[in-house]
Structure formats: structure tokens, C-alpha cells
Design a protein around this ligand. Structure first.
Ligand SMILES: NC(=O)c1ccc[n+]([C@@H]2O[C@H](COP(=O)([O-])OP(=O)(O)OC[C@H]3O[C@@H](n4cnc5c(N)ncnc54)[C@H](OP(=O)(O)O)[C@@H]3O)[C@@H](O)[C@H]2O)c1
Length: 254
């Protein structure tokens, strides 16, 4: 039988690295991408499964097309569209350059890669795509992380819509979005945040993702507590909710 292949972006750390570990345990062949080659090579040594390593900077549009081209001869069973970053601070003060890089990575790259993989999987008649969004994407907005919340709302909206199109087509391809709350990874350091809430481990996040995928859910929110929080916030009008989110976010500044 053919060994299954998973492609994971942002596999050099955090949630992506944990997906790599868990898929290796399931016996998958891994395709690992990120910018830090040495991290990916160390992971390959640790995991003892066949790995293909491709270094790329997904904030660059041409790099997104280059990596998709390189994947055109692969049969990818599962695609974990995970690479992402955050940016913290008042919108009046945050770096526009950092925010644009973030939008290019969190949205443009995710979109290009998702489309290329979906076209390939739809043609073949099988496959799974998991877009890593965030619980931030389920809120009406996120003062003091405004652009990040907006970037993740894009991922949630895109995934929901495409999932419905696939359902109407009776497509065998499964598309979902993972929406974790805080997870203890390198994310906060890069976003210049220290989390106001206790984060879950990347291991717990990925375990919950597998549970949701098993049930073919479109929106996967790790942990019951976070699911309850996300459901409860929908009951509040945005004008009441946003000051509460702002208060929480303000605590994240260094
Ligand atoms: N941690 C949280 O609290 C949390 C909560 C909700 C959602 N998320 C989402 O989860 C995903 C993974 O984040 P994480 O928490 O695991 O953070 P992380 O530990 O900082 O990992 C981010 C990964 O993305 C890669 N990456 C960053 N910029 C890149 C670029 N320009 N090109 C290619 N790869 C790039 C990094 O690799 P290199 O630096 O080697 O390129 C790294 O492997 C993100 O989409 C994030 O928004 C995180």
C-alpha cells in the first residue's frame, strides 16, 4: 500500500512541529516547510520517517508559487496550512511593514497554497486540508491585535465558504479550520505579546484537532472551555463585546 504523505507549513516550531510529530507516529511521510532549515533537519533526524524538506519564505508571493510548483509531482493526502504570525499593539502605533508581511503570510500564502492543493485533491478525488486560523477569527474584532484578528477572520470565512461549496458538489475532499485560543509556542515572542490567558500545549492543540477532523467538523476549536467561550461571545452584541476583548488584549503588552 502507498505510504500517505502530509505537507506541513510552519513545521519548524510550535503547532506545525507537533503536527509533524503526530503524523510521523501515524506512519506518514512528511513534507516540511519553513524558513529555518536547521530546525527542519533536526526534526527529520528526530522522527525517523521519510521526510522532504523545502525551505521557503511564504510571505513572498513568488515563493508561494515556486513551492506549489515543486509540489505538483507529489500526491499529498493531508495539507496542514499552518505557517502564520501575529502583531500586537495599537493600530496607530504598529508597524505597517510587519502587518503587511503578516497579511501576506496569514492570508495570501494560505489562500494560494489552499487553492493549489484543493485543485490537485479535487482532481484526484481525495484529500484533507486543514487551515490553521485562530479563535481570534471567530470574534467580531480584536482591538490591539486588529490586523491579526482580521487576518484570521479571513481564514475562517474562506474555509467555511469553500467547505460548503465542496459539500454541495459532494466532493470527497475535506476542508477545515483549526481555531485555537492561546497555545504555548514561539508565537507570542514573535508577535511581541505575553499571553493574558494560560495557553494549552501544542500537543493538546493537535490532539483536539485530530478529534475534530475525525468527526469531519469544519471549525475545530480546541478544548471545551474555549468552545464554550467562543459560543458565549456570539450572544453579546459587538458594542458590548469589543471593550471586553480590548481589556483582555491590553494585558498582553510587554
Ligand atoms: N500560539 C498561539 O497562541 C496561536 C493561537 C491561535 C492560532 N495560532 C496560529 O497557529 C499557527 C502556528 O503558530 P505557532 O503558534 O505554532 O507559532 P510559532 O511557534 O511561531 O510557529 C510559526 C511557524 O510559522 C513559520 N513561519 C513564520 N513566518 C514564515 C514565513 N515568512 N514563511 C514560512 N514560514 C514561516 C515559522 O517557521 P520559520 O520561522 O522557520 O519560517 C514557524 O514554523 C499560526 O498560523 C498562528 O497564527 C497560534
Amino acid at each position: 500500500m502507498r505510504q500517505k504523505t502530509v505537507w506541513i507549513t510552519g513545521a519548524s516550531s510550535g503547532i506545525g512541529m507537533e503536527f509533524a510529530r503526530q503524523y510521523a507516529k501515524k506512519g506518514y511521510r512528511l513534507i516540511l516547510t519553513a524558513r529555518r532549515r536547521e530546525r527542519l533537519e533536526a526534526l527529520e533526524k528526530e522522527l525517523h520517517v521519510p521526510c522532504r524538506i523545502e525551505v521557503c519564505d511564504l510571505s513572498q508571493e513568488e515563493e508561494c508559487y515556486r513551492i506549489c510548483n515543486q509540489m505538483s509531482d507529489e500526491t499529498i493526502d493531508v495539507f496542514i496550512n499552518n505557517a502564520g504570525m501575529g502583531a500586537y499593539g495599537s493600530f496607530l502605533e504598529t508597524s505597517l511593514e510587519k502587518e503587511i508581511t503578516m497579511l501576506h503570510l496569514n492570508d495570501r500564502a494560505l489562500h494560494i497554497l489552499m487553492k493549489q492543493m484543493l485543485l490537485q485533491m479535487q482532481k484526484r478525488g481525495s484529500g484533507t486540508i486543514l487551515n490553521v486560523a485562530s479563535s481570534a477569527g471567530l470574534f467580531p474584532g480584536g482591538p490591539y491585535m486588529a490586523a491579526y484578528y482580521a487576518s484570521k477572520a479571513y481564514v475562517v470565512s474562506l474555509t467555511r465558504a469553500v467547505s460548503e461549496e465542496l459539500r454541495q458538489l459532494r466532493s470527497p475532499v475535506y476542508v477545515c479550520a483549526l481555531c485555537p485560543g492561546p497555545v504555548n509556542t514561539e508565537f507570542n515572542a514573535h508577535a511581541d505579546v505575553h499571553s493574558a490567558l494560560n495557553g494549552i500545549s501544542a500537543k493538546c492543540c493537535v490532539r483536539e484537532a485530530f478529534r475534530g477532523m475525525k468527526r469531519h467538523k469544519t471549525i475545530l476549536v480546541p478544548t471545551l472551555l474555549m468552545r464554550l467561550g467562543c459560543s458565549a461571545q456570539r450572544l453579546l452584541p459587538a458594542r458590548l463585546l469589543l471593550p471586553v476583548v480590548a481589556h483582555q488584549q491590553k494585558k498582553k503588552g510587554r
